[in-house]
Design a protein around this ligand. Structure first.
Ligand code: ACO
Length: 438
């Protein structure tokens, strides 16, 4: 295949010749990142599809929301570096930014906060919906079911062609997700549900819905709620990851927004995606003490063991995950605030990171700690059980999902997502009657 340089007055293009059939494919540039070759006419020109399991070289859409440079360890939301946002903004400010493209003024943020507060309660009948679940149901199962069911409660925000209804559905989901998540937790431990409080910020309100009980006042610790707010910022969007692509694919058929976000939650649940922080914490606890680290490093390097260092490596980041740096700092802040001087799990994590980053295997394969390496330790210290870790991820990622879903609906190039395949099954054959089958 040839890629032609841009000639004056001429768009750059790649040319592919296959058995004398030529396809001329435009090359498009973005603001940042690699150019893309538009292969949409390849089948028409050559009769061939492209094959790219896992979409390692395939861009599925244009987007103006989030940019990642995996080689340099860069993550930008609407152009702003993640570390600056984590340090200097709040989760609701980041939500506004992701949804609208610009940081809010004070007035815009106040109005947005008011809107989110107005929508954080659930239709009272949803409360009864909860009692249909078993007490030991995984909270992610409850999230998938309840968020999917919201389309049965909020009929006035399911018309995807009406921008006002789309905005209403987006705000409803951002606002109600913490309420649903806290209810899932309270239900699992047999506690009464705690209603949202509009005098608290987003993260503090979520913590009180999870940890307050009706018989005594709940004390807010601003260091801990700020840490949770920062964790939400770090997880708010991550361009076309598996769950976001799932939301876009579901949405491409015109499905209602609540159903689309439920599909994103289902995808996030997998251990290779949102479930990895739980796996990383489990691994650190299993290692238990620094003297056992060499044994685990050896196991991770041995392909036949089937063991991987959880919280290490990333499909896109081939450098330090910029979110992991902020997460590590947040982890220390939380443990200090709680007066935890020696956390054996944190000690194992830090030593494991130190050893792995000096090891040829990890250096050669560009395996660095990802966000999940320190998030499990932090969330556990904040008081959340492991089963809630992925749920917290879902609360934060909801804004990314709805921002990407809205962008897709407004994109004139958007079509129903319909991948093709390389068929390897039997060629056409005639039906065999039962008495002739062997
Ligand atoms: N420990 C040991 N070896 C590893 C690890 C690891 N954590 N991750 C990758 N490798 C090795 C692979 O064995 C492979 O070796 P090879 O080239 O000799 O065959 C090489 O590094 C490349 O690995 P791939 O699996 O091809 O990389 P891919 O990009 O497909 O996978 C993934 C990325 C799934 C994240 C992987 O690194 C992994 O399994 N990590 C552990 C799970 C984890 O932490 N997931 C969280 C991701 S972040 C998130 O979802 C928020």
């Amino acid at each position: 295949m040839n890629v032609h340089e841009r000639a004056p007055n001429c768009e750059p293009a790649a040319e592919l010749t296959l058995e004398r059939k030529l396809s001329r494919m435009p090359v498009r540039s973005g603001t940042l990142g690699p150019e893309v070759i538009e292969v949409g006419k390849l089948y028409r020109d050559t009769g061939c599809f492209t094959y790219d399991p896992g979409f390692t070289s395939t861009a599925n859409c244009t987007s103006r929301i989030t940019y990642i440079d995996g080689d340099e360890g860069v993550l930008l939301y609407r152009g702003y570096p993640i570390d600056q946002l984590a340090e200097r903004s709040t989760f609701l400010e980041v939500c506004y930014l992701l949804l609208n493209g610009e940081l809010p003024t004070t007035g815009q943020l106040d109005e947005f906060r008011g809107t989110i507060n107005r929508h954080n309660m659930l239709h009272e009948q949803v409360t009864r919906f909860f009692t249909g679940f078993r007490r030991d149901a995984h909270p992610m199962a409850v999230m998938v079911g309840t968020v999917g069911a919201l389309s049965a409660f909020y009929h006035d925000s399911t018309d995807i062609n009406d921008p006002a209804q789309r905005a209403m559905a987006s705000n409803r989901m951002i606002a109600k997700m913490p309420t649903i998540a806290a209810m899932a937790y309270k239900y699992s431990i047999g506690h009464p549900f705690i209603y949202p409080r509009n005098d608290l910020d987003f993260a503090a309100n979520f913590m009180q819905m999870c940890f307050a009980i009706p018989c005594e006042p709940y004390k807010i610790d601003p260091i801990l709620t700020r840490a949770l707010d920062r964790i939400f910022i770090l997880h708010a969007d991550h361009e076309q990851n598996a769950s976001t692509s799932t939301v876009r694919l579901a949405g491409s058929s015109g499905a209602n927004p609540f159903a689309c976000i439920a599909s994103g939650i289902a995808c996030l649940w997998g251990p290779a995606h949102g479930g990895a922080n739980e796996a990383a914490l489990n691994m650190l606890m299993e290692i238990g003490s620094v003297d056992r680290i060499p044994e685990y490093i050896k196991k991770a390097k041995d392909k036949s063991s089937g063991f991987r260092l959880m919280g290490f490596g990333h499909r896109v980041y081939k450098n330090y995950d910029p979110r992991a740096k902020v997460m590590q700092k947040t982890c220390h802040e939380v443990l200090n605030a709680l007066g935890i001087k020696h956390d054996p799990v944190l000690e194992v994590a830090m030593e494991l990171e130190r050893i792995a980053l000096q090891d040829e295997y990890f250096i050669d394969k560009k395996l660095y700690p990802n966000i999940d390496f320190y998030s499990g330790i932090t969330l556990r210290a904040l008081g959340f059980p492991m089963s809630m870790f992925t749920v917290l991820f879902a609360i934060a990622r909801t804004v990314g999902w709805v921002a990407q879903w809205n962008e897709m609906i407004e994109d004139p190039e958007q079509r129903i997502g319909r991948p093709r395949q390389l068929y390897l099954g039997p060629a056409e054959r005639n039906f065999v009657p039962m008495d002739q089958r062997s």
